[in-house]
Structures are given as structure tokens and as C-alpha cells.
Design a protein around this ligand. Sequence first.
Ligand code: FES
Length: 517
Amino acid sequence: MRITGTGHASMRIDTGAGSILCDPWVNPAYFASWFPFPDNSQLDWETLGQVDYLYVSHLHRDHFDAAHLSRFVSKDATVLLPEYPTSELQDQLEALGFTRFLKTVSNQVHELDGGLKIMIQALTSPTDGPIGDSSLWVEYDGVRLLNQNDARPTDLMRFAELGHVHAHLLQFSGAIWYPMVYELPQAAKTAFGKQKRDRQFDRTFRYIDDLKASWVFPIAGPPCFLDDELWQFNDIFGDEGNIFPDQSEFIREYGKIGRDNGVVLLPGTVATVGLDDCVVTQPVDDVDAFFAGKPEYLRAYQERQRPMIEAAKKSWRHPEIDVLAGMKARIEPLLEESIYLAKGVGGPVRFDLVGDDDTVESIVVDFPEKQVRPYADEKVRYRFRTERSLVEHLLHVGEVDWVNSLFLSCRFSAARIGQYNEFVYAFFKCLSEERLQYAEGWYDEHEKHTEAEDVTLDDWVVQRRCPHLKADLTRFGIVDGETLTCQLHGWRFDLATGKCLTSVGHQLRARRASTED
Ligand code: FES
């Protein structure tokens, strides 16, 4: 089985029974803030795009690049479609001209022509990607690969039971706006960033230990930031609080725990994976030297992309749009229907929109009152500050997912009172009837579902499944004194009270083991 690196989370898999192109991403995403690192635009995409199968793991814009798919990927390719609750991914691919779809069943092996086997595991909670994220398992001639991508299943058991995996490709770096955009003292930001960076590595190592694959490929990040306004997010300043470590950093950290089976997959790397070996050809003479020259590399990349960034910025402006009226029209009908998300947010959320002349319009999305209105000098739960032109653009294009556009762009700052509230972001990724209904239904089910099983962790008896997304706490739970941390997403719980310390709600059932009868 041959794996050709095509940048970020993208790769082409060639077997004797056909080829699969995964998540090709070349054009910048999220308001021109994320660019693939390293630059993959010079690859021979005309050839790479002539494939038998296309796999798009989910609709995040660093995985689903509509312009690139439209131009370079053969429309004769059969799309391997994850089993998602909504048809959005298929609809968007059909709009680009794809007509052949293999609708997979999650966790079920599908046998394709010539002895090629595939399985896609679809994750479908409202917090998984843009309503869905997935992983692809492939087997040909006894060699198995798992492209876990940036999906975070509670465990990898389903893949492990299909036999030893030879190549495990998974995310290891950050892909979020926390903590950089928060209005915090720099020392706190660095401390939170360091925690997050460490946790990302820990989680990755845990998944690797689950599967024990022969070879591990760190993929799906980090992006790079080429706009001057975002340049500080690149991990080139020796900042231990930076959440975007690159592949060379991963290999270094992985080495510290005594592992040497990591393979760096650059755009153009070719790895031929067999039952007992992995032969790798790199597109550069010296991979270490390449990463050592990252600051200069990024500066040159930035100069190449500067005209494009400037042009993109000009296109966002739509001064003819009345933003308050537009937000009202889009958001109020959804607030009206929302029970769980509105209750979960539980307070007003304020948007400060900064115009070209530095004037600020403050708009409140009032979840309890189910209204969008001007800010009335009140206490708010969350405050976001961003350029008005970005929201004008979101309204102009009818964007249904502000996480997959505004928030991932990192082109905002934020402040909040109290804990992180996942419902805020879940709501702003569900600005369509279909998505909102799905999310409401999911939380409804989730709420009614009682997790009965308890387990003992150190001195505590706790429910086995994490109240967040049901990770098995016998594997992901770490007890430190009276605090339990679930390593899957790093959520923390106070064991004495069961209170979630990371987000609103999500009570944990816990008691001291010694108080058992
Ligand atoms: S499942 Fe997300 S923190 Fe436990």
C-alpha cells in the first residue's frame, strides 16, 4: 500500500485495487486565516486527482475545499460517504459534480472491487466537527491503514478488532481558537496554552497506544497563518503555550517516551507500507533542516500569498447589509425552536462589531428571552469582538456554521464569565433548521440516557462514561486528589461535588470508595 502525502490531513492511498484521495485541501480556509503547512499548491494535482475513490471526512473547510475538488478531482471518482445524520456532505459534493456515492454504514466493513476493503466510522454528536467527523480504515493484501484524521472516537476498539494496523495517521496538533483569542493576561494565556499543548500530545499518545500500529504518521495540522494580523499564532517563537506544534515537534515529544516509529508525511512524501516494513521517500533532502528553516519558509510563503489575502479581505465587506436586522432574521426563529441549546447557553451573548471607522455596534443574542437586540448595558455570559465585515459576509452568504467560518478563523477576541460553555458554539454551528433540529434531538436523547455503570478510580467510585461525550473513564480518566480529568477533551470534574469544572452542566456521579457499604 502506497501513501502519498498531499498536505495537512490529505493523502492519496494507492493499492492494487484502486486509489483513494482523502481530504484534499489547498485553498486557504476560514476567512483566509488557515493555510496548509507546508505549501502543497505545487503538487501535480491534475494527476493526483485522477482517482477511483474520494473520501472527504467532514465539512470543515480544511478538509472540504470546494474550489479544489471542483477543479482537480475526477468526477468519475466514487465518493466514500460517511453515515451522517444530515445529507449536507453529499449535497455539497453533488453540487460540485460528483454523482457516484457509496453510502457506507458506520463501523461496517465494505468490500470493494479487487479485494479492497474499507470501513468508515462516523461520529455524529453536535460537537463532532460540523455535525459529524469520521475516520477511514483501509485493508488491501493484508496491509491495514487507519486514517483517524482529527476524529476523536471514545476508543479505537472497532479498528483494533479488525486485525493489526500497519499505518496509523492521526492528528496531534491544535485546531481551535483557545486560548489565544481570549482576553486574558499573557501569563495565563501561556499557562492555558501549555496545558492544552501537553494534553494534545497526551491524547495522541493514548490513541497510539490503543492501536499499537507498526507506523505512526502525525497529520491533520498544524495550519500556518500568513496574514500579518495572525502571524503570532505560528509556532516559530519558542512559545511553550503555542497550541500549533508541527510534525518535527511531535517526533521530538514522541521520542521522549521512547518511540521511534513516527513518520513525517510532507506534501510529496511517499511511504510504501508493507506487512513488515515502511519505505519512505521524502521530497526534501533533510527533513530536520526543512523544519529548522520554518520561519524563513513561512515568510516566503506569506509573500506569495499576500495579494490573495488582500483580495479576500476586500470581498468580505457588504456595507449595504443591516447586520442587526440580518442577525434577527436568521437567529430569532432558531432561538424560538431551541430548548436544550438555549437553556444550555442560559444567558445573553454579545457581539461587538468593529466598523472600518472603528465605530462599534454591540448586538446581543439573548438566549433566555429568545431575542436578538441592541446591547443594553447588561452582564453577558460571552462577549465576542470582531470586524463587522466578517459578520456582513456571513449574512451575505447565508452561512449556517459560524464555527466553520468565523470562530476557526481566530479573527476575533473573546471574554466570558465563568466556565467554557459548549452550547454557545454548538448553537452557532447550527444556524439552519436541519442542524438545529438534529442538535436538539441529540441533546434530548443524551439527557434522558442514564449511564448506570460505575467504576472505581483510585479512591473514588465514578460513573464509567464521561458526562461530556461518553469516553470510558477507566481509560481516559485521571484522578489527581479530588479532581478527575478526562483526557479525551481534557474536561475536569470536582469529585467531591461531581461538578464539571470545564463547562456548564455535565454533572458527574461520584463518591468516595470508602463510603461504599
Ligand atoms: S468525553 Fe470529552 S472530556 Fe470526556
